[in-house]
Design a protein around this ligand. Structure first.
Ligand code: NCD
Length: 334
């Protein structure tokens, strides 16, 4: 499907003509930290989507190329990750850059008690950009205060996961052709799930309706709902998917975030609240888009995977293009 977002492709092509080959350019996001979706202007969003499209074409045509040759990325992960860390590394590799993965912090000096600022100051001596995942909300912003190089927030506790939200936006755009007019239903752990906190805030820039389906314990935080109310976004809350499934264009399923519960008995009480099965999909729109940031731990039955509406593995692939775009833009090469 061809997306209908406007792009600034002509404009940047015009600018590029005046620059010697390999010269650093500025442009949206150049030299910026990526901490929250709140920082993105509509123009930035259009640019990220357009550059991600270009990355996709380039990967399809040539696989890898040397746009970021000579650049290095540090990937510092204090929490488990498969997709986010692997896709950032794959993105850097496809762009011809180097990477320093630190995902076993128990083997690094963090295990000796090194502070986050000192770890950041060290890694920026080796790398041009630092991708950080950390269990504390606000940790990426803290790191940014000490960093001379751009910090990319790859998840700060229950706070935000902006690069996931951008790839979710790219997925909706490509699966539906447009964002505007969509009814997006978020399901599962809306309290602790940082992906939905970022995605809800990002979707508030568009003409969308948001439904939140969660057990009472795991409702979308008031703070996020208040922010969206200020944008006049229609939001509804229910505990029953049936109440909103029929009108849903995008169903965004999330995992119950076991590791964030102080009381495991509470987790046990809500862990099997929702499971999407082929029977669920018989009651959904024929062209609904079923998404999940993954990992899933039972909330979408594998029996659903072959349904054309199941977009979660395509979503994984889109993630690499979006992260290629972000790296290229932050490093001034897009
Ligand atoms: C998510 C995360 O880490 O917040 N995973 C991801 O980055 N795709 C979702 C989750 O862990 O449930």
């Amino acid at each position: 499907m061809t997306p209908t977002l406007v792009t600034n492709r002509n404009e940047s092509a015009g600018r590029a003509a005046y620059l010697p080959f390999g010269e650093k350019r500025d442009g949206p996001l150049f030299n910026q930290h990526i901490l929250s979706v709140k920082q993105f202007s509509p123009r930035d969003l259009a640019a990220v989507m357009a550059v991600a499209d270009e990355m996709r074409l380039m990967v399809e045509r040539v696989g890898a190329f040397d746009l970021l040759q000579g650049k290095a990325m540090a990937a510092l992960f204090y929490e488990p990750s498969t997709r986010t860390s692997a896709s950032f590394i794959a993105a850097m590799q496809r762009l011809g850059g180097g990477f320093i993965p630190i995902n076993q912090v128990r083997y690094s000096s963090v295990a000796k008690g090194e502070s986050l600022p000192d770890t950041i100051r060290t890694l920026e001596a080796y790398a041009d950009v630092i991708v950080l995942r950390h269990p504390e909300t606000g940790s990426a912003a803290l790191a940014a205060q000490f960093a001379r190089k751009p910090i990319i927030n790859a998840g700060d506790g229950i706070g935000e996961h902006p690069t996931q939200a951008l790839l979710d936006l790219f997925t909706i755009l490509h699966e539906r052709g447009k964002i505007d007019g969509a009814t997006v239903t978020m399901l599962g752990d809306l309290k602790y799930g940082r992906t939905v906190h970022s995605l809800a805030r990002l979707l508030a820039r568009y003409d969308v309706k948001l439904n939140y389906v969660a057990p009472a314990l795991l409702r979308m935080p008031r703070e996020v709902m208040d922010e969206l109310n200020a944008h006049d976004i229609r939001q509804t809350e229910t505990a029953a998917l049936e109440n909103v499934l029929g009108e849903t264009d995008v169903l965004y399923v999330t995992r119950i975030q076991k590791e964030r519960f102080a009381d495991l008995a509470e987790y046990e009480a809500v862990k099997d609240s929702y499971v999407i099965t082929p029977a669920t999909l018989t009651r959904a729109k024929q062209d609904m888009v079923l998404m999940h940031p993954l990992p899933r731990v039972g909330e979408i039955s594998p029996a659903v995977d072959d349904d054309p509406r199941a977009a979660y593995f395509r979503q994984v692939e889109y993630g690499m293009y979006v992260r290629m775009a972000l790296l290229a833009m932050v490093l001034g090469k897009a």
